[in-house]
Write a protein that binds this ligand. Structure first.
Ligand SMILES: [Zn+2]
Ligand SMILES: [Zn+2]
Length: 357
C-alpha cells in the first residue's frame, strides 16, 4: 500500500468493502512488480495515496458483485492492465487499449475499502494487485483454464501483453525483417521473444547492462549493442548495412531512448514507443527524420491487445514453450517483502520479481 509519497510501501490491514456493482473480489495468486510503480511510489506518475498499487495480476474469483456477467466465483482469472468494456467511445472504435473505464475517471480510481484510521483506500489501475485480495472491475479479467503457475500467469496482464502486442498488433513485424529493441528489462525481453516468433531475421538488443544483454541473447536476440560503448544509433546502422532497422521498439522509458529508437530506423521505418518517464516528460525528435522521412511513430498501451482474443492465445504460447518466462522471472517475494521488490526494480537488480501473498 502506498500510504505516503516517497515513503516505503506498507502492508496494512484494509477493511475491504463488498464489491460494488460491476466489481469482483479476486484472491491474489501472484502479482509481478511493475517498473511503473517505482515512479508511482515517488509520486512521479499520478497516483494519489492511500492506494494499493499493482495494476495486473492473477488469482481466483472469491466474490462477485451485482451486475456482473461472464465471470463466476471459483474462476481462475488473468487480471489485465486495461479494462475492455466494449461500449465506451474507444471500445466501439476497436481500441480497448484506451478504454474509458481506466482512463476517463474524473473522480479518480474506485474506493475499495478503508484504513484503520478511517481513510478511504483506492485500487490503482482499477486492480490493486499488491494485496492478498483484489477488488477488480469485472470487465478487466479474463477467465483462463491452464496449469501454468501463478507467478507466470500474473505476468500476462502487463509484461507479456505489452511486449507481444507491441510486436504483433502495433508494429506488425513481418518475417525476415530487422528489429531493434531498445531496453532489455521485462518488457524488452518479451518483445525480443515476440520479434523472434514473428519471424524477424535480425533482432538487435540495446541495453547498457551486460547481464540484460546476455538475457536478450537467451531470448533470441541476434546482435547486442552497448549504448555506453559508442553512439547506439550508429551501432545499429552499422549492423544493418548503413540503413537502420525496419522496426525499432522502445521498451526502456528514458526520453533519449525514444529519440534514439526513431533514429535507428531507416527512412519509412516504424517506431513503437512503450516506455514511461515521469509525468510531463518531453521527447525531442529531430524534425527531418520525423516529418519528412516517412517514419511511422506509434504508441503502445498494453500492446493494444484485445484481452479476450489475445490472452488465451498468449497462454497457449507459454504452455507450448514458444515464449519463455525463465530469463525474465528473477525471483518471487512474499507480499511483506514488497519494498525489496521495489528496490530491485529501482536498482535494476535482476529483471522481474513477483509478489506472492
Ligand atoms: Zn505494468
Ligand atoms: Zn471501453
Amino acid at each position: 500500500m502506498l500510504v505516503e509519497l516517497g515513503k516505503p510501501l506498507e502492508v496494512i490491514d484494509v477493511a475491504l468493502a463488498p464489491p460494488a456493482p460491476g466489481r469482483i473480489l479476486v484472491r491474489t495468486g501472484a502479482t509481478p512488480f511493475c517498473a511503473t510503480d517505482v515512479l508511482n511510489a515517488q509520486g512521479l506518475f499520478g497516483k494519489v495515496p492511500p492506494t494499493i498499487l499493482g495494476h495486473a495480476s492473477t488469482g481466483v474469483v472469491e466474490e462477485v458483485g451485482p451486475e456482473v456477467s461472464g465471470v463466476a466465483v471459483g474462476d481462475r482469472v488473468v487480471v489485465h492492465g486495461t479494462a475492455e468494456c466494449g461500449r465506451c467511445f474507444y471500445c466501439v472504435r476497436g481500441r480497448p487499449d484506451q478504454c474509458s473505464v481506466i482512463f476517463d475517471r474524473p473522480a479518480g480510481p474506485p474506493v475499495v475499502g478503508t484504513l484503520p484510521d478511517g481513510r478511504s483506500v483506492t485500487a490503482a489501475g482499477n486492480v490493486g494487485g499488491y494485496a492478498a485480495m483484489m477488488s477488480a472491475d469485472a470487465r478487466q479479467v479474463v477467465p483462463v483454464t491452464t496449469s501454468l503457475p501463478d507467478a507466470v500467469l500474473g505476468m500476462l496482464g502487463c509484461g507479456v501483453t505489452t511486449g507481444l502486442g507491441s510486436v504483433f498488433n502495433v508494429a506488425r513485424v513481418v518475417p525476415g525483417s530487422d528489429v531493434a529493441v531498445v531496453g532489455c528489462g521485462q518488457l524488452g525481453l518479451w518483445t525480443i521473444q515476440a520479434a523472434v516468433l514473428a519471424g524477424a531475421s535480425r533482432v538487435v538488443a540495446v541495453d547498457p547492462d551486460v547481464t540484460r544483454r546476455e538475457l536478450a541473447v537467451r531470448c533470441g536476440a541476434t546482435d547486442v549493442v552497448d549504448p555506453a560503448e559508442a553512439d547506439p544509433v550508429e551501432q545499429v546502422r552499422a549492423l544493418t548495412g548503413g540503413y537502420g532497422v525496419s522496426y525499432a521498439i522502445e521498451t526502456a522509458g528514458p526520453t533519449d531512448a525514444q529519440r534514439d529508437a526513431l533514429l535507428m530506423t531507416h527512412r519509412a521505418g516504424t517506431v513503437v514507443l512503450t516506455g514511461c518517464a515521469p509525468t510531463g516528460s518531453q521527447v525531442v525528435f529531430p524534425q527531418v527524420p520525423l516529418a519528412i522521412q516517412g517514419r511511422a511513430v506509434l504508441s503502445s498501451q498494453n500492446g493494444n491487445v484485445r484481452m479476450h482474443h489475445d490472452i488465451p492465445r498468449y497462454v497457449r504460447l507459454l504452455e507450448e514453450g514458444r515464449i519463455d518466462p525463465t530469463p525474465i522471472l528473477t525471483r518471487t517475494y512474499k507480499l511483506e517483502q514488497i519494498n525489496d521488490s521495489l528496490a530491485d526494480s529501482r536498482d535494476l537488480r535482476g529483471v522481474t520479481t513477483v509478489l506472492i501473498p
